[in-house]
Design a protein around this ligand. Structure first.
Ligand SMILES: [Fe+2]
Length: 411
């Protein structure tokens, strides 16, 4: 086991990170992992466990994540192993798991959820060392416990799980993978059977296109951002990171407010957005309208080679937001950015954005919405010291989103 010690605190790799052959130095660069002292944390969180999506067609979505996003199918659950109402496919890339679920029977509870929200994230599931400690703290702090702690067991061992509610109809399942000193060794959770991809990658395709999950942005109701920041502070002991407000990220038409909270080791980072008053409908308002309430807006996937990742994704037909050439040709922007690892022209060719702060820089690009509704999308991020979220790019990004919003007649 690799670990590192800084100022009396230490952090270990998770089992999935070890399995993905990641090391701590890499993770510090990829997602800004920091050392911290878990012993004083009222709600210790190790990291992400899985991101659970409900979609209209899980069978095809699972294929898309394999064929376009280079993910590996690792587990499955459905009618073939006793789950009557839905199918669930578990996909991995590096240390992150996606679970995509789709209804099989007309009376599946997933139908109503999908009818209301469309394709989206239902559960941002977190790995914790002790579910009961977390649930006790959650109750003390007034959170809504939607699933009491229980053990799930199969031939691979036992996992202890519970869940709390967060914004909208989103929940945080809490998953404890070591119970009574024994680590669960199944492919995901009890009830899932091992599965593997039948999809064959193209010759020369990289092993994976992203290594880890960096952050998930939540869009919440107008005027409720601070309430949700306080929820993460008070219930889960999350710390505040950066802060963007008002004018920082306003364009002529759109504006939003955003604050960022993170767990102690910074594996889990949640920027929270609320719409701000502007001349026309904010992109956050558009999301809230089409998702039918608050929910997860984008997932940022960390890579150590964004140029290659973007090239491969484009080959598979993934569409990204456009960035005008003016962005790259602006002398003020060039002066602010300074030297990055590749010539600006390489970024311009691919429409990759760049931002710099006192700690370093980051490269990032955003996809178009993944499903039919203008709701959830992905960001690809490559960090070089910067622990920010691309504040300097928000304006350029918003203007780009607005051009698309306008095409949809929603501006
Ligand atoms: Fe982001």
């Amino acid at each position: 086991m690799t670990d590192t010690t800084t100022s009396g605190s230490r952090i270990d790799l998770t089992a999935t990170e070890r399995e993905a052959n990641l090391d701590l130095e890499q993770l510090k660069q990829l997602v800004g992992l920091v050392d911290y002292d878990e012993s004083t944390d009222p709600f210790p969180v190790t990291g992400w466990d899985a991101i659970v999506f409900v979609v209209g067609n899980a069978t095809q979505t699972a294929h898309y994540y394999q064929s376009a996003w280079g993910m590996e199918l690792v587990a499955y659950s459905g009618p073939e192993n006793g789950v009557r109402d839905h199918k669930a496919y578990v996909l991995k890339s590096g240390s992150i798991r996606f679970v995509v679920k789709g209804a099989v029977t007309p009376d599946s509870p997933l139908i109503a959820h999908h009818a209301k929200h469309g394709d989206g994230v239902v559960d941002i599931s977190l790995e914790v060392p002790d579910v009961d400690v977390c649930i006790e703290q959650a109750r003390r702090a007034g959170a809504t416990v939607v699933q009491d702690p229980e053990n799930l067991t199969d031939e691979h061992g036992t996992v202890r799980v519970a869940a709390i509610a967060t914004y909208g109809e989103t929940r945080h399942s809490l998953v404890q993978r070591v119970v009574d000193g024994v680590t669960y060794d199944g492919p995901y959770l009890p009830g899932y059977q091992p599965a593997s991809s039948t999809f064959v990658k193209r010759d020369g395709a990289p092993k994976r296109l992203f290594q880890a999950l960096d952050h998930i942005v939540g869009n919440v109701e107008l005027g409720r951002m601070d309430e949700w920041v306080t929820f993460y502070n008070r219930v889960m002991g999350f710390v505040n990171m950066a802060e963007f407000i008002g004018d920082d990220i306003a364009t002529d038409y759109s504006a939003l407010m955003s604050k960022v909270v993170a767990n102690g080791n910074h594996r889990v980072k949640f920027p929270l957005n609320e719409p701000a008053i502007a001349k026309k409908k904010s992109q956050i308002d558009e999301y809230l309208e089409f998702y039918g309430g608050p929910g997860a807006q984008h997932l940022a996937l960390a890579t150590n080679d964004i140029l290659r990742t973007v090239d491969e994704l484009r080959k598979e037909g993934v569409e990204f937001l456009d960035t005008p050439d003016a962005y790259y040709e602006d002398p003020e922007m060039r002066a602010r950015i300074g030297e990055v690892r590749v010539p600006i022209e390489e970024l311009q060719k691919r429409k990759i954005l760049v931002d710099r702060d006192e700690d370093g820089y980051l490269l990032q690009i955003f996809t178009r919405p993944l499903g039919d509704r203008p709701t959830v999308f992905f960001e690809i991020i490559e960090r070089h010291g910067s622990l920010g979220f691309g504040k300097g790019n928000f304006k350029a990004l918003f203007e780009s989103i607005e051009r698309e919003q306008d095409k949809r007649g929603n501006l």
